[in-house]
Design a protein around this ligand. Structure first.
Ligand SMILES: [Zn+2]
Length: 91
């Protein structure tokens, strides 16, 4: 199921974009992709600043490992948070 970002970016599970979270890192993920963290507990979706995150945790951690470290800003849930991916419009 796709969700509409408020800026009109279509969010989808990584598989829809053929992005393999176990292989891609913040450094390898093409720049046209944006990351959004989705919390399964409260359903909040939080945009991630991938550049800022890269400076904090390094660019070599796989996205799958990063997902395990996510904490929901809304309810503090740490379990099973996942990434959704959006593709920036090329205009
Ligand atoms: Zn939450």
């Amino acid at each position: 199921m796709n969700m509409r970002h408020r800026r009109g970016i279509n969010l989808a599970p990584p598989g829809d974009y053929a992005v393999d979270l176990a292989r891609e890192t913040l450094g390898s993920l093409p720049e046209m992709y944006v990351l959004v963290a989705a919390c399964p507990a409260c359903l909040k979706k939080s945009p991630i600043d991938r550049w800022e995150l890269g400076r904090k945790v390094g660019k070599r951690t796989t996205l799958a490992d990063l997902a395990k470290k996510l904490k929901c800003l809304s309810c503090d849930n740490r379990a099973n948070n996942r990434f959704l991916i959006g593709k920036l419009p090329r205009d």
